[in-house]
Design a protein around this ligand. Structure first.
Ligand SMILES: [Zn+2]
Length: 129
């Protein structure tokens, strides 16, 4: 979903520290710290294309990509824009966490939506948590 190598076709990149991302920890749903939002560019006129990364003090770094619409999955990573990592929660392993948006009927996902609408970014409850 996101490319982490150095031959990034999207350079130059603009990064900025912000205090707010709709992304929360997909495991404990805490607010994330050290938030970094990278603007990749515009997927279409007026449409955002960003990568959001942030750290949960208990569960590490997470990242997702926003292209016009809320993200369907949140990924655990070793560091911002780093490698994917495996997370074990209640005996199950995860490389990605589905969001509320991912579970919406396709018809609803095609409606005009604010890609930064926080309720869509919420990770689904995990079994055994
Ligand atoms: Zn957490």
């Amino acid at each position: 979903m996101f490319s982490m190598n150095n031959s990034n076709p999207f350079a130059p990149q603009r990064e900025r520290l912000r205090t707010r991302t709709p992304m929360r920890c997909p495991i404990c749903h805490s607010a994330l710290g050290k938030v970094i939002i990278r603007d990749i560019g515009s997927a279409a006129p007026g449409a955002i294309w960003q990568i959001h990364a942030g750290e949960c003090p208990d569960h590490g770094w997470f990242q997702t990509e926003v292209v016009r619409r809320p993200p369907r999955e949140i990924f655990p990573v070793t560091k911002p824009f780093g490698a994917a990592r495996r997370v074990v929660v209640a005996g199950r392993e995860y490389y990605a966490f589905s969001t509320v948006w991912n579970e919406l009927p396709g018809e609803e996902r095609r409606q005009p939506t604010d890609p930064l609408e926080e309720r869509y970014w919420q990770a689904l409850p995990l079994p055994g948590v």
